[in-house]
Ligand binder design. Structure first.
Ligand code: UD1
Length: 416
């Protein structure tokens, strides 16, 4: 297991060009299989989850070439419609291939995605939406077998605006006969990026970013080129890493319009932000103020993915902060580790109350999941002495070379 070793206390200041968004590139890579042709995606982050998605594509018979942050997928040799258990277990988001493969092959077989440390993560909404479009689904021996001789447009209502279920429904509906509406759709910017890519492949998708997405089915799609949107969660993580040390940070290749809830929270904690079209410049005070209450919500609410990194900010802020996690039931796994570093956190159910202490102390801590791992890195940057964060592979799922970017901004960090 790899480790990050961090000597805290110094300022993290500098300029970071933000990587492409993990949660946009994964469904867009899946969408490439819907056309019989070649697609090139630019600004792809170099992440383990992207490598795994490339592997899924290769196992389906596609050719994948990776060069300088661009991924080219040639789907003309696609010859399989099944994703095996080993890949589904390793990366739950492979479920997003379901809608795309059904659209291309009229059938698909995927293994049930494994459990996930942050919560149950069922797929009932994905399957319900696909059934509405005429997909016949059988669940047996841990596999989901789908057949759809004819996909027909439908009115789909999601009981909850699930990101993955919205994406799967969009993918399956793009080449269905007639019109589909998805109401109570997820409004996350990554859904808009997927819709824009599908439209550049020849699809007819409207309303992304609103709660109702309308899709007029088209006969077929063609390969397309697309630039992946910047990662808003990674952007906010680097702002937090600098803010906790009282540093100055300039982010480029960023879309501040997608980050309202996070920037609002940072301002409440006392940081000064100057926002330009694709740039954020931040100056932080010596000590942050506490934040009244953070409640995670579907977009445009406060993102669950940045809840743990911002909790690390609250640990040393002046005053008491309250965090309520409404999306995933098991997203406080970083709390025990932050407590080892001297944080004062009480949790009850989905609520955490954090009383800011003046200083955290370096300790040996373990990343148990991606964003919780990032929160430990942020806490370590502000702590007295040395912190060892093990389980860095989990952090690598979402952050490209996290130690390289932080090192360039003056952090004392190394990987072992
Ligand atoms: C995506 C993101 C993840 C982010 C999450 C919420 C990707 C690859 N991952 O995950 O980083 O944290 O959105 O913003 O884009 N649910 C059901 N039934 C379903 C589907 C979901 O009950 O069929 C529930 C989940 O248990 C959870 C909530 O809906 O409580 C939100 O999940 P969802 O929006 O689907 O998240 P993901 O798409 O898995």
């Amino acid at each position: 297991m790899g480790k990050l070793i961090i000597d805290g206390g110094g300022k993290v200041s500098g300029e970071i060009r933000v990587q492409g968004a993990k949660n946009a590139v994964l469904p867009i890579l899946a969408a490439t299989v819907m056309a019989d042709g070649v697609s090139t995606l630019k600004n792809c982050p170099k992440l383990r989850d992207v490598d795994k998605t490339d592997l899924v594509l290769e196992r389906l018979g596609c050719k994948v070439i990776r060069e300088d942050g661009a991924v080219t997928v040639d789907t003309r040799g696609m010859c399989d419609c099944k994703i095996c258990e080993d890949l589904m277990r390793e990366m739950r988001s492979s479920i997003i291939f379901l809608g795309a493969i059904i659209s291309r092959c009229k059938r698909a077989v995927v293994s049930m995605p494994g459990g996930c440390p942050i919560g149950l993560r069922p797929i009932d909404l994905h399957l319900k939406a696909l059934k509405e479009l005429g997909v016949e689904i059988q669940e047996e021996h841990g596999y989901i077998k789908c057949a759809a001789p004819k996909l027909v447009g439908a009115n789909i209502h999601l009981d909850f605006p699930s990101v993955g279920a919205t994406e799967n429904a969009m993918l399956a509906a793009v080449c269905a006969r007639g019109t589909t509406t998805i109401s109570n759709a997820a409004r996350e910017p990554e859904i808009t990026d997927l819709g824009n890519f599908l439209n550049s492949m020849g699809a007819n998708v409207h309303g992304m970013g609103s709660g109702v997405i309308t899709i007029h089915g088209v006969e077929k799609l063609h390969g397309a080129d697309h630039t992946i949107m910047p990662d808003r969660i990674v952007a906010a993580t680097y702002l937090a890493a600098s803010a906790v040390t009282g540093g100055e940070m300039c982010l480029t290749n960023v879309n501040p319009r997608d980050m309202d809830a996070m920037l609002y929270a940072l301002r409440e904690m006392g940081v000064k932000l100057r926002v330009e079209r694709d740039k954020i410049i931040q100056t932080a005070p010596e000590r942050l103020k506490s934040i009244h209450t953070v409640r995670t919500m579907p977009y445009p609410g406060f993102p669950t993915d940045i809840q743990s990194p911002f909790m690390a900010l609250a640990c040393t802020a002046r005053g008491t902060s309250v965090f309520v996690e409404n999306i995933f039931e098991n997203r406080f796994q970083n709390v025990d580790e932050l407590t080892r570093m001297g944080a004062d956190i009480k949790t009850e159910g989905r609520t955490a109350v954090i009383r800011g202490v003046k200083r955290l102390e370096g300790a040996n801590v373990v990343a148990r999941e991606l964003r919780g791992g990032a929160s430990l890195v942020i806490a370590a940057l502000a702590a007295n002495g040395t912190t060892t964060v093990s389980g860095v592979e989990l952090i690598d799922r979402g952050y490209e070379n996290i130690e390289k970017y932080l090192l360039e901004c003056g952090a004392k960090i190394r990987r072992e």
